[in-house]
Design a protein around this ligand. Structure first.
Ligand code: SF4
Length: 325
């Protein structure tokens, strides 16, 4: 019977190389990747197609949200709970392994490549917390790490696995050449939780609503965000495309604001309480009004009729206090 492994597959160079390295030893590999509002599976899907790797895509949003709110091993530089996140991904890969009758799990993790989440201790924690400790093989760094069950049982030959460690990408480049890999996404790309501005907006949202819906998270990806008061926020589009997206993400009860008669952004007001004059002044500030008072039209989603508020554009020093970021 052919030995089968599940690869935790991001589509990045390391994950592609780890797949090729064990395939080379005659192991059948199936990939698994995840989808959340913070990163998409597109790169993994594209890379899997190139490698002709069967790929399972699972939604991971709920599990990741819990980890963002209370990570056991803390956040990285921003809201990214990388150690907990990796452990949960490996756990999910392990569950999939059991479901399809595979024998072990592989990841593209490289010892020392990321100082906080891929040092020796972090790799050990990820393996232990996943619940699949002995069955987790990191092919690229295997000879730097303790032998795993797949190596002990001879499912793979440890001597043919990698001994890469550290941040230099040279060994991976050499392997990419050996396996004739031409296309792969950049190593860091992808997860919005590692982006400072996005993390600030998410932190603000979670402080206001600990269980946001997916559409509320999607809204964090567009526009300038302002917290007018607890429970009340304004999102102002920065270009035509964002204006359209903001409008498409408006929910029942939200208000849409636009300056009348002059070019300007679409703004979305969410929440009750009368902060509409401030919201209108903010909307006017990002319109073509040059300091003079302008009428701003307010439409409530799901209700007939409009309201008009004439305001002066809000001063920059007041804007700075309200802006999230
Ligand atoms: S960068 Fe994002 S997806 Fe990757 S481990 Fe960290 S939190 Fe998870």
């Amino acid at each position: 019977m052919k030995v089968k492994a599940v690869a935790l597959f991001s589509g990045g160079l390391d994950s592609q190389l780890s797949v090729l390295m064990v395939q080379e030893q005659g192991v059948e590999v199936v990939g698994i990747t995840f989808s959340t509002p913070f990163f998409t599976p597109e790169a993994a899907i594209k890379a899997a197609e190139q490698l002709e790797l069967p790929l399972e895509v699972e939604d991971f949003t709920q599990g990741l949200m819990e980890l963002i709110k209370s990570p056991v091993y803390g956040h990285g530089k921003n809201l990214n709970p990388c150690i907990d996140c990796h452990a949960l991904m490996v756990k999910k890969a392990g569950q999939y392994m059991e479901k399809i009758g595979a024998q072990f799990i592989i990841t593209g993790e490289v010892l020392g490549e990321r100082p906080k989440s891929q040092n020796y201790k972090a790799l050990e924690i990820v393996a232990r917390e996943s619940g699949y400790e002995g069955l987790l093989l990191r092919p690229l760094s295997a000879r730097q790490l303790s032998p795993t069950i797949p190596e002990q049982k001879g499912w793979v030959d440890r001597e043919k696995l990698g001994d890469i460690q550290g941040r230099s990408r040279k060994p991976q480049m050499a392997l990419a050449k050996k396996y004739e890999l031409k296309e792969y996404p950049s190593p860091a790309g992808g997860c919005l939780l590692t982006v400072e501005g996005f993390s600030q907006k998410l932190k603000d949202l979670l402080a206001d609503n600990p269980d946001p819906q997916r559409l509320e998270i999607e809204l964090l990806k567009v526009g300038r965000h302002f917290r007018l008061a607890p429970g009340i926020k304004l999102v102002v589009g920065r270009n035509h495309e964002e204006n359209n997206t903001i409008e498409s993400l408006a929910q029942l009860g939200d208000r849409i604001l636009k300056a009348a008669n002059i070019p300007g952004p679409t703004a979305l007001y969410r929440g009750e309480g009368d902060y509409l004059p401030t919201a209108a002044a903010l909307t006017a500030r990002y319109s073509d009004a040059e300091g003079e008072s302008v009428p701003v039209i307010v439409t409530r989603v799901g209700k007939e009729g409009q309201e008009e508020i004439t305001v002066k554009p809000l001063e920059d020093k007041k804007i700075a206090v309200l802006r999230i970021e």
